[in-house]
Design a protein around this ligand. Structure first.
Ligand code: ZN
Length: 96
């Protein structure tokens, strides 16, 4: 076996070309994004939204306590809408 050739190949694997075409980078980011979105499904978010809103109203640190839910809300407009509606209701109830 040609060791030099072998090392060269490994090095290429470890240091991929710095200039990746944009569409390759975008594809990769899309895959990452999808993987992240799958960490929590919308129904799981809905099940925990009450809890999240309560924490937010009480401590204003819900995003720190449960960052995964916050991340999902940032990515998912449907859940975010749900969250904002719920938050508005809870805050209104509190003021009365
Ligand atoms: Zn969602």
């Amino acid at each position: 076996m040609n060791i030099k050739h072998f090392i060269h190949r490994i090095r290429n694997k470890l240091n991929p070309q710095p200039e990746l075409p944009d569409d390759v980078v975008l594809k990769f980011l899309n895959i990452l994004e999808q993987a992240r979105a799958e960490e929590l499904s919308c129904s799981e978010i809905h099940a925990r939204l009450d809890e999240f809103v309560e924490k937010e109203v009480e401590t204003h640190e819900a995003a720190k306590i449960t960052p995964l839910i916050r991340e999902h809300l940032d990515m998912c407009p449907e859940c975010c809408e749900e969250y904002e509606a719920l938050l508005a209701i809870v805050e209104n109830t509190k003021e009365e």
